[in-house]
Each structure stands twice: as structure tokens, then as C-alpha cells.
Design a protein around this ligand. Structure first.
Ligand SMILES: Cc1cc2nc3c(=O)[nH]c(=O)nc-3n(C[C@H](O)[C@H](O)[C@H](O)COP(=O)(O)OP(=O)(O)OC[C@H]3O[C@@H](n4cnc5c(N)ncnc54)[C@H](O)[C@@H]3O)c2cc1C
Ligand SMILES: NC(=O)c1ccc[n+]([C@@H]2O[C@H](COP(=O)([O-])OP(=O)(O)OC[C@H]3O[C@@H](n4cnc5c(N)ncnc54)[C@H](OP(=O)(O)O)[C@@H]3O)[C@@H](O)[C@H]2O)c1
Length: 459
């Protein structure tokens, strides 16, 4: 009997799905027999969050808009911390660039690697996965997909599934007493596309994490009159510029006035809920969905990727993210090797013991520095099991710690700093324009050498 090639479905062609495509291609290029891999991507192009759209709400097919990125988003961590070990920035750009590129430039980088691998033909764009069902006796999945261009629904059968749909799309929207009486605009960070409209406005950002921080300083940069960030657990504690500050949790709204739990009240023109996102996988049965807050070790995943209750189902990028692109690579290479049976999965009991051991390690993480180290250790653990090139994870951890220190010194200038690549040893170039003065975030402008603008030393 002819043995049929295994069939693998990757759901989503963001950086994680693209990493999975690249991982299978790398095995194929080195002579391995690889399964038939199909990637379904509901958007017209790949890049996931990095595939920017001006739209909010629904797209032209009526699908929920995926990306939460905004026009003027620049990387919020140094690129040296996310660099692919086997496709470097030097290789892609041919010269040193700065450490904090804007989103178009990072899209260009991930697109370049995927194009070099020739994997685009494996992606079915404008295909939204609606349902994934597991047939236990047959040990196969039936995947129901809408082809959004042809307006047809198809079902296909796969042996294993890789879920790579991200988890920063579906907003977490808490309620606040009286918020319905607020007369100005109230949006979630997912719908924020640019800070220009907040010029001269008094803005309240609810949340104490990256979205609040970055939308806050973007709005300051674009001339907001006052930016107030309201935290629940604790202040971010940066040395904010004049006109930006932090207050504790909102107690209630009364028209345009917000009252905070410390007794103070302020009047606002607009509110942005920077309250994070929900893990949401509507195409999976509930017993196959991650149900976790945004953290570094969501429950139910062996080595952070393989679904404990059904090890033919895998997730990529499900963790909260210090590391990003190179972590997705480590995960993708590992999942590929599970699928290729280069790595033999232990039995359920041993897998659970491993999950429990890592959950204990995670429970001992007390601060951000320990969290970065934890994620570095997690990635090392995966890479050691695969042929993904090992890189100096301790040095990347140091880069993260230096980045955190830079932010503490000056939240407006940390993006002007430069770091050395652990992959190539190349020192990043100082960008031609300081971040606070740069109002054009395009790739063209970024890669240009503007007349009369010399490289500026970090402020
Ligand atoms: C506002 C914001 C800013 C960020 N900034 C940075 C940064 O500066 N640096 C950094 O390293 N990381 C940043 N990140 C983190 C970001 O999550 C990762 O960089 C990366 O995009 C995650 O990749 P992913 O492939 O796991 O998920 P995503 O990028 O979310 O991609 C998931 C893909 O799945 C597709 N999809 C979803 N559902 C379906 C379906 N049912 N059928 C078919 N396709 C589907 C989507 O269309 C999308 O293309 C940011 C995230 C956000 C939200
Ligand atoms: N490149 C960039 O510049 C950039 C910009 C924005 C976002 N990002 C990325 O986007 C991802 C998501 O970041 P995020 O900040 O949106 O989400 P997040 O990191 O998950 O943080 C969510 C925040 O919302 C708060 N929150 C939740 N429920 C609340 C409630 N009921 N009341 C008050 N506060 C509440 C949380 O407070 P607690 O701490 O109390 O839980 C936390 O501070 C990250 O990976 C980040 O790096 C990057």
C-alpha cells in the first residue's frame, strides 16, 4: 500500500506561521522528506500584526480586523533581541541599520526571509478557518475554511494542526462605572491607528503595560495636551515628560470626569482602553482552546507548544512576548521535529510532569528581569532539541536588560540607542533622525540618507 504523505495545516501566516513554513522548507532543503504543508491566512498578505491596515472593526470581507498596530509604530524592543539566527539583518539590508526600526522595515525583514524560502505558494491567502474538528478514531482533523475571494466553503483533512493566529487581536474590554456617560471617544488600543487626532487633547489611557506606554508617548509626540495613564497593579514608573503622568485605577466616570481610587478627579477629551487582549480561538472546540491570561507559560501546552490533551495540535507564539521572532523560530523548529518524528513525544504523564516543572519555574519569576531570563531559558531548551542555530541567549537577555535601563533613563530617547547583534557582531547604526523628531515612519524615509541630516548621537 502506498503510504500517503502526512498533511499539515498551519492556521495564520504571521511571523509564527511564517516561521513554521520556513522550518519545513529548511528540512526539505537538507534532503528530508516533509509533509504536505498548507497555510491558511485570512488576510490578503502575510505578516500578521505587521501587515498594517488603516481599517478598524471589520475588513472588506466582513472579517474582524486582525492587526492592532498603528501607523507610527516603531519597534518597542531592540531588533537585536528578535533577530532570526539564520537570516540576519545584515543579510537582509546589506548594511547596519538602527536598533528600533518602524513597522514597515520589520515587515520587510520577515517578508524577505519568507520570500527567500519560496514558501508563498504554500499559503492560501483570503482563506479564513472556521472550524477544526478532530476525528478521534481516524486521528485526523477536518478543517472547514471559507475562501473569501471565491465565496466558497471547503473542508480538508489534515494529520496535524499548527495554530498560529496570535493573541493580540481580540480586545479585553472591562467595564467602568459611568463610562457610558463619557461624551468623548472611547476606543480600545486595538482600534488606535494614529495619535495625530489627540493633538491638544486630554487623553486617558487605562492600563499599565506596553500599549499604554507607547500610545502615551506617541500621543505626547503628536502634541497631546495631557496624557494620563491609569494603572491597576502598579505604575510603570518611567520619568515621564511634562504633560504625561500616571494615576491609579479608575473608580468611576461622571460625564467627561474620571474619578480615581486615590480620590483625585480629572476631566478628559478621549479614552483609550489599553487593557490587553484575550486568547480567542473561535474555530476550535472549547476543550482545545488555550484559556489563559497573557503570560509566559499558558497552561496545557507541552514545551509551550503542543496541546497536552491532543498532541497533534500545536500552538506557536501563545506566550506573552519579550522575545518574539527568534522564539517563534525555536518553537516552529521544535514542532516541525515533533511532526517529522525527529523528536519522540513522551507519554502524557511525562509531558504533564514537564509542564508542571516549567509552571513551577514560572511561579518563581518575581520581576521583569527574571521573566526575561525565564523566556531565554525556555527558548534555549527548545533550540537544544533541534538544528536551529543556537545563539547567545544570555547576551540577548543582557540586551533586554540594557533596553529596560535605557527606558528608565529617558522614555523619549531609548529608541535612539544602538546595540550589537549577537548573530553577526555588527553594531547597529545610529539613525539619521532622533525618534522624537521623526514624523515619517516609512521604509523609504528610514533607509534614506536625508540631505542635511547627519547621523545624530543618541540624546
Ligand atoms: C500593537 C502591537 C505592537 C507590537 N509591537 C511589537 C514590536 O515592536 N516588536 C515585536 O517583536 N513584537 C511586537 N508585537 C508582538 C507581535 O505579537 C509579534 O511580533 C508577532 O506579530 C506575533 O506573530 P504571530 O504570527 O504569532 O501572530 P500575528 O502576528 O497576530 O499573526 C496571526 C495571523 O493569523 C491570521 N489569522 C487569524 N485568525 C485566522 C483564521 N481563523 N484563519 C486564517 N488566518 C487567521 C491573522 O490574519 C494573522 O495574519 C506587537 C504586538 C502588538 C499587538
Ligand atoms: N511596538 C510597540 O511599541 C508596542 C506598542 C503597543 C503594544 N505592543 C505589544 O502589544 C502586546 C500587548 O500589550 P498590551 O499593553 O496591549 O497588553 P498587556 O501587556 O497584556 O497589558 C494589559 C494591561 O491592561 C491592564 N488591565 C487589564 N484589565 C484591566 C482592568 N480591568 N482595569 C485596569 N487595567 C486593566 C493590565 O493590568 P495588570 O497589570 O493589573 O494586569 C495590564 O497593564 C505586547 O506584546 C506589547 O509588546 C507593542
Amino acid at each position: 500500500m502506498v503510504q500517503q504523505r502526512k498533511r499539515i495545516a498551519i492556521i495564520g501566516a504571521g511571523p509564527s506561521g511564517m516561521a513554521a513554513l520556513r522550518a519545513f522548507k529548511a528540512a526539505e532543503s537538507s534532503g528530508a522528506e516533509v509533509p504536505d504543508v498548507v497555510c491558511y491566512e485570512k488576510q490578503d498578505d502575510w505578516g500578521g500584526q505587521w501587515n498594517y491596515t488603516w481599517r478598524t472593526g471589520t475588513d472588506r470581507n466582513g472579517e474582524p480586523v486582525h492587526s492592532s498596530m498603528y501607523r507610527n509604530l516603531w519597534s518597542n524592543g531592540p531588533k537585536e533581541a528578535l533577530e532570526f539566527a539564520e537570516y540576519t539583518f545584515d543579510h537582509h539590508f546589506g548594511r547596519p541599520i538602527s536598533s528600533y526600526p518602524p513597522r514597515e522595515v520589520l515587515w520587510d525583514y520577515i517578508n524577505g526571509r519568507a520570500m527567500e524560502s519560496g514558501v508563498k505558494e504554500s499559503v492560501r491567502f483570503a482563506h479564513a478557518v472556521r472550524r477544526v474538528e478532530f476525528d478521534e478514531p481516524a486521528e485526523r482533523f477536518t478543517v472547514t475554511v471559507d475562501d473569501l475571494r471565491r465565496k466558497t466553503t471547503l473542508t480538508e483533512v489534515f494529520d496535524e494542526i499548527i495554530v498560529a493566529t496570535g493573541h493580540f487581536t481580540f480586545p479585553n474590554v472591562p467595564d467602568f462605572d459611568g463610562i457610558e456617560t463619557f461624551p468623548g471617544e472611547v476606543i480600545h488600543a486595538h482600534e488606535f491607528r494614529g495619535a495625530e487626532r489627540f493633538a491638544d487633547k486630554r487623553l486617558l489611557l487605562i492600563g499599565g503595560s506596553y500599549s499604554a506606554e507607547d500610545i502615551g508617548i506617541q500621543s505626547h509626540k503628536m502634541g497631546a495636551r495631557q496624557v494620563t495613564m491609569s494603572y491597576r497593579s502598579g505604575p510603570q514608573g518611567f520619568a515621564w515628560p511634562a504633560g504625561v503622568d500616571e494615576v491609579p485605577q479608575v473608580q468611576r466616570f461622571d460625564g467627561s470626569v474620571a474619578h480615581f481610587v486615590d480620590g483625585q478627579s480629572r476631566e478628559f477629551d478621549a479614552v483609550v482602553l489599553c487593557t490587553g487582549y484575550l486568547h480567542h480561538y473561535p474555530f476550535l472546540p472549547h476543550d482545545s482552546r488555550i484559556d489563559s491570561p497573557n503570560n509566559l507559560y499558558p497552561d496545557g501546552l507541552y514545551r509551550g507548544v503542543t496541546w497536552q490533551r491532543n498532541p497533534r495540535l500545536h500552538y506557536l507564539g501563545a506566550q506573552d512576548q519579550w522575545f518574539t521572532f527568534n522564539m517563534f523560530d525555536a518553537q516552529a523548529w521544535f514542532v516541525r521535529d515533533v511532526i517529522l518524528q525527529r523528536f519522540t513525544l513522551p507519554d502524557a504523564e511525562a509531558r504533564q510532569a514537564h509542564i508542571d516543572e516549567w509552571k513551577r519555574k514560572y511561579a518563581a519569576v518575581v520581576d521583569d528581569d527574571a521573566a526575561v531570563r525565564f523566556q531565554g531559558d525556555y527558548i534555549r531548551d527548545l533550540i537544544e532539541l533541534t538544528d536551529y542555530p543556537m545563539f547567545d541567549l544570555d547576551e540577548v537577555v543582557e540586551t533586554f536588560l540594557a533596553w529596560k535601563a535605557d527606558k528608565k533613563v529617558d522614555i523619549l530617547t531609548y529608541r535612539d540607542k544602538v546595540y550589537r547583534s549577537v548573530m553577526t557582531g555588527t553594531m547597529a547604526a545610529v539613525h539619521h533622525t532622533a525618534w522624537m523628531d521623526e514624523l515619517d515612519d516609512s521604509r523609504e524615509r528610514y533607509l534614506s540618507t536625508p540631505v542635511g541630516v547627519g547621523a545624530q548621537p543618541p540624546r
